[in-house]
Design a protein around this ligand. Structure first.
Ligand code: ATP
Ligand code: MG
Length: 567
């Protein structure tokens, strides 16, 4: 490619809403432009990178017998009604009707479409397993589209769906996909972790996310400093805590007058006791699928925090919302003094509190707490893991210290089971000659998100730094002075030779100053630049590595030999 021909509208100005480097740099370096909220155009360089990511994903998936198809982006609502997701999915699902009043949705994911495709076409266990995937546009009307390509509304996703005769085979495929996705992200040069994750609204059990470690990530993940155990904070678990304090407070069980002491801080102050020994009550209103609601009180240690996703899963609700004091009082609950004996509401107790004693909790009576409370004899409570794991807690698997870091989700694999095949009546004849719903898995990679993620993890204050397999071009040949015929001729020769060797290179043949060209090289982030400049007269050229801007001087007649190996 000749730079002089390239459509690359670079700009000095950063977009006002660009808070992340990847967002700012991809726009400034001319990879993408914004069309509207969460919608982007890909310019030539952006498209090359996108296609490279796509190609790697395809290569690795095809290697493990997944087959690429392409489904319609516009999906009949009917399928979504059948699966039960039409009502559930909320405002992220863009719904519309055509001129004949047929209703459609823009596909945010394609379980229904894929099940419909396979249904009645795969009839016997003999045709299983089957894994079909597509790399296609998705639309999600995200509440807060932001961070450029990281959270768009229209984006490119690889979504795969596998069909099996039993769970054993699904588990096998799940492991194959974990390895395949890991290989894809490794090839892209990313530092990532595979973490245990929540199954969310998609349902099913068994779910892992691929998280690229990045300070600006939206996800919190806990990783063990000792073993490979890692989990999204939404599902992270820990070894049961032991008291960090030398002595347990001694107290006789009984009511205690605690006037106006309504918070954990005040209670700790009042009794001069660590919050660890207090029982915190968090009241929420749970909204369920059938539009019913109920008040739920979650009990945890005073120094723990309720983890919303765990709490949601604990009560199997669609949503948990805050509840005000009046509503609680109307239900006969005493805000500020809620304890485990509270009536007329649902109760969930954190697993940490099971069998614990010598605690202080609300007395369910205005201005009273209960001291010396014990869970040892409370067998009927619903004990669940609902607390947020904190930095410094210990690993469930090996006892190592847990560390909290930020991650960006780039891929996700789920075991779906029959979540979609059952409601959509997608069955096959099993080995016993009986009709069974397919056992399914689903897998997804954020292709367009990856373009931003690579830069989020690889950039400096000067610009982008593309990794080997993602770079739009591996080498930028910079002719420092285009008026110097010898330099220009030499650079053009190198360019042609490397092209004939199949190398991906660009030559900066623009009539611009050297400083301008090197700034563009740094902003765009090609892995190497070959500078044909001043020292050419002495038979030397300079190779600059973008990653660390390290310079290597090369003899002009050794350049091809040298570059052949590294690019
Ligand atoms: P997130 O938690 O980031 O919202 P998700 O759990 O909704 O993602 P999935 O349904 O698992 O995402 O989709 C598979 C992949 O698609 C994700 O791992 C992510 O890389 C990508 N993806 C999801 N939403 C977006 C988006 N709004 N913009 C760009 N990529 C996205
Ligand atoms: Mg996900």
């Amino acid at each position: 490619m000749r730079f002089s021909k390239l459509f690359i509208p670079t700009t000095k100005e950063a977009p006002n809403d660009a808070v992340l480097p990847s967002h700012r740099l991809l726009i400034q370096a001319g990879f993408i432009t914004q069309v509207g909220s969460g919608i982007y155009n890909f310019l030539p360089l952006g498209k090359i990178v996108l296609d490279k990511i796509r190609k790697i994903v395809k290569e690795e998936l095809d290697r493990v017998d997944s087959q690429e198809v392409q489904l319609g982006f516009v999906t009949p609502s009917e399928l979504w009604v059948q699966s039960g997701r039409f009502a559930k999915y909320g405002k992220e699902l863009l719904r519309f009707s055509d001129r004949k009043n047929n209703e459609f949705v823009l596909s945010p994911t394609a379980e229904e479409m894929m099940v419909d495709l396979v249904k009645n076409r795969v009839k016997s266990y003999k045709q299983l397993p089957l894994h079909l995937y597509q790399i296609n546009t998705k639309f999600r009307d995200e509440a807060r589209p932001r961070f450029g390509l990281l959270r768009g509304r229209e984006f490119l996703m690889e979504d795969g769906y596998s069909f099996h005769e039993d769970f054993e085979d699904l588990n096998r495929e799940f492991d194959v996909m974990e390895a395949t996705y890991s290989k894809i992200f490794s090839r892209l040069g990313l530092d990532f972790r595979v973490v245990n994750a929540d199954s969310g609204a998609i349902g099913g059990s068994g779910s892992k996310e691929f998280m690229v470690l990045a300070n600006n990530g939206e996800d919190d993940i806990m990783i063990c400093e000792n073993c490979s155990n890692a989990a999204n904070i939404e599902v992270a678990n820990r070894k049961k805590r032991v008291s960090p304090y030398k002595e347990k407070p001694q107290m006789q069980p009984g009511r205690f007058y605690t006037p106006d002491v309504k918070t954990i801080d005040k209670l700790a102050e009042f009794f001069k006791i660590e919050p660890y020994y207090l029982v915190k009550a968090v009241a929420k209103k749970a909204i369920f699928e059938n539009n019913t609601e109920s008040i739920v009180i979650f009990f945890l240690r005073g120094d723990d925090v309720l983890e919303e996703t765990k709490a949601l899963n604990a009560v199997n609700a669609l949503e948990l919302i805050d509840i005000d004091a009046n509503e609680l009082e109307d239900a006969g609950v005493v805000p500020g003094f809620i304890g485990p004996g509270v009536e007329n509401v649902d109760i969930v107790v954190d697993i940490e509190l099971k069998d614990e004693d010598l605690l202080i909790c609300g007395g369910n009576e205005k201005d009273y707490h209960f001291v010396g409370y014990s869970f040892k004899d409370k067998f009927d409570y619903d004990y669940k893991d609902i607390a947020e794991v904190k930095e410094g807690d210990y690993c469930f698997e090996c006892g190592g210290k847990l560390r909290q870091t930020k991650g960006i989700e780039v891929g996700h694999i789920f075991k779906l089971g029959t979540r979609y095949s059952k409601p959509l009546n997608a069955n096959f004849l099993n080995r016993q000659g009986r009709l069974n719903p397919f056992i399914m898995g689903t897998y997804g990679i954020g292709i367009s998100r990856l373009e931003a993620v690579i830069i989020e993890q690889n950039h400096d204050e000067k610009g982008c730094i593309w990794t080997k397999e993602s770079a739009p071009f591996m080498l930028d040949i910079i002719i420092s002075n285009i008026k110097n015929e010898k330099e220009t001729e030499y650079a053009n020769n190198i360019y042609k030779k490397l092209l004939s060797l199949g190398k991906e290179i660009i030559i900066d043949d623009r009539k611009e100053r050297f400083g301008f060209k090197i700034k563009d090289f740094e902003l765009i982030g090609f892995p190497y630049a070959l500078i044909v400049g001043k020292s050419f007269a002495d038979g030397k050229v300079e190779l600059v590595r973008r990653k660390d801007l390290k310079k290597t001087i090369l003899d002009i007649d050794k350049v091809i030999e040298y570059l052949k190996e590294i690019i």
